[in-house]
Design a protein around this ligand. Structure first.
Ligand SMILES: C[S@@+](CC[C@H](N)C(=O)[O-])C[C@H]1O[C@@H](n2cnc3c(N)ncnc32)[C@H](O)[C@@H]1O
Length: 473
């Protein structure tokens, strides 16, 4: 029978605990659990009912009536509108505490297997300007706050464009960003230059509903080496306007070392299937982790918090327990960064990655670090490449490092790992829920011996976790 939809706000809901994914919980009088994103333990809130099941419901935060004593003043003026750093109202120590708790809860509840004690979470040394990559959106439709809409009443507001981040949950509306605390300079300067230039020259921003307008995205990568990569994404070719805006960017932002543009005529924003044209520079930037150099092309994945990635890789290398002779597999290897980082302690490295450009980077990175003879990289779907024949040809892994995307590992790959019986597996995950599911499947042959959460994304609810698995006797 269909549940009757609640039509009234939930008032004075006491938030009692953090759940996961940025949501905290309270209870209705009948005991039903209410999940509220944006609320934190200690708050008393009003919330609007959403999806409802027998024992739980989602609710949208309407108002914080009594703020939790834990709340602090967010440092970013865009907080609350921008979908970026949603946890700024929590002191960083509390964020870490809740992330640690989430890893424990999800691993226990979802995996249902025996687990060792979880190590204390390793926090990020920097909690501002920690990202090396950001993507901003040009939209013909600026996000308008409810206060703006209320003030306008029945008056129809004119269309206004914005350069910034999507408003949470809205595919077409963008919150204009003046200052972002996520990436070091010249990012904020690029935003200012683009805003001024496009306004002065009457250039149009992309309309997500009508698919008209010229400017779509600007992607920035800023490395610790001081190198800066900029890719301007346009909806269609206009040679004169394109050459003019790119020349202006180069003149105003001389720090740009690799300048690119992309003509994306598709409806979606992904660039993996697009040609990224290099206008100036080598077509990539170089980043350093310890004394290893990494070439990163526009399409390649690279951990976005460089300093904390280095810390994470050090943990992975220790966890791998290498002695100098091992055959090491680096699955989902991106630009080959983990394998190369562990290379001095291993005998041979086999890396596998789906994005062909990243594999090209990985091969170049092996050469750049004088490791060509030791490393081999293969492009393709890891669950299709890792067959018994492949392992026979390249050697049984002594240690297998796997670092899948949020969806976790494909079951076919898990079955191949179980079949090849690598003595040690180091599983790096950016989603403890899918990691827990995969650990449960691996439990047939593996025992989890070490769990180390790390924070790579301060002020967000995202969390990274390393699990070490040993083959059962
Ligand atoms: C979380 S990233 C890790 C990359 C790398 N280990 C690092 O630390 O930079 C996951 C990587 O898996 C790749 N990937 C996603 N699905 C894949 C698949 N089915 N087969 C191979 N690689 C895949 C992505 O392109 C991405 O580079």
């Amino acid at each position: 029978m269909a549940r009757k939809k609640r039509r009234q706000a939930i008032e004075q809901l006491q938030i009692t605990a953090y759940a996961a994914e940025g949501k905290s919980i309270g209870h209705l009088e009948d005991g039903k659990v209410v999940f509220v994103a944006g609320a934190i333990p200690g708050d008393v809130v009003s919330a609007w009912p959403g999806k409802e099941k027998k024992t739980w419901m989602d609710a949208r935060l309407v108002r914080v009536n009594v703020p939790s004593p834990d709340r602090v003043q967010p440092f970013c003026p865009h907080f609350g509108l921008c979908g970026g750093c949603k946890w700024q109202m929590l002191p960083y120590e509390k964020q870490l505490q809740y992330k640690q708790q989430q890893v424990g809860d999800q691993l226990q509840r979802i995996s249902g297997i025996e687990l060792p004690e979880i190590q204390p979470i390793i926090g990020s040394a920097a909690d501002r300007y920690y990202r090396n990559k950001l993507e901003f959106t040009f939209s013909a439709t600026r996000y308008r706050t409810s206060a703006e809409l209320a003030e306008a009443g029945d008056e129809k507001l004119p269309e206004e464009g914005a350069l910034g981040f999507h408003a949470p949950g809205l595919f077409d509306k963008v919150v204009p960003i003046q200052t972002c605390f996520l990436q070091p300079d010249p990012t904020n300067e690029v935003l200012r230059v683009l805003r001024d230039y496009t306004e002065r020259n009457g250039l149009t921003y992309y309309n997500f509903k009508t698919h008209e307008g010229w400017l779509r995205n600007v992607v920035l990568r800023v490395a610790r080496t001081g190198q800066v990569l900029l890719n301007l994404v346009l909806a269609y070719e206009d040679v004169e306007a394109r050459e003019a805006i790119l020349a202006h960017l180069l003149q105003e932002i001389p720090q740009i070392t690799s300048l690119h543009y992309t003509i994306n005529q598709k409806v979606n924003d992904t660039l993996y299937d697009q040609d990224i044209i290099t206008v100036k520079g080598p077509g990539y930037i170089t980043e350093m982790l310890e004394d290893f150099s990494f070439k990163i092309s526009p399409k390649s994945f690279f951990q976005t918090n460089t300093q904390q990635a280095e810390r994470m890789y050090q943990e992975v290398r220790t966890a791998a327990g290498l002695t100098g002779t091992e055959v090491l597999y680096d699955l989902y290897c991106g630009t080959g960064s983990i394998g190369i980082f562990c290379s001095r302690q291993a005998g041979k490295i086999i890396g596998i990655e789906a994005v062909a450009d990243a594999v090209t980077d990985a091969k170049a990175n092996a050469e750049l670090n004088g490791l060509s003879g030791k490393c081999q990289f293969y492009a393709g779907d890891v669950s299709k490449i890792c067959t018994p024949d492949f392992f026979r040809e390249h050697g049984r892994p002594d240690v297998l490092i796997t670092d899948p995307p949020r969806a976790g590992m494909h079951e076919d790959l898990i079955n191949q790992i179980l079949a090849i019986r690598a003595p040690r597996v180091v599983y790096v995950s950016c989603n403890p829920a899918t990691q827990a599911r995969d650990l449960a499947l691996l439990d047939r042959s593996y025992r989890v011996t070490w769990l180390q959460p790390l924070d790579l994304f301060p002020h967000t609810h995202h969390i990274e976790n390393i699990a070490v698995l040993e083959l059962k006797a």
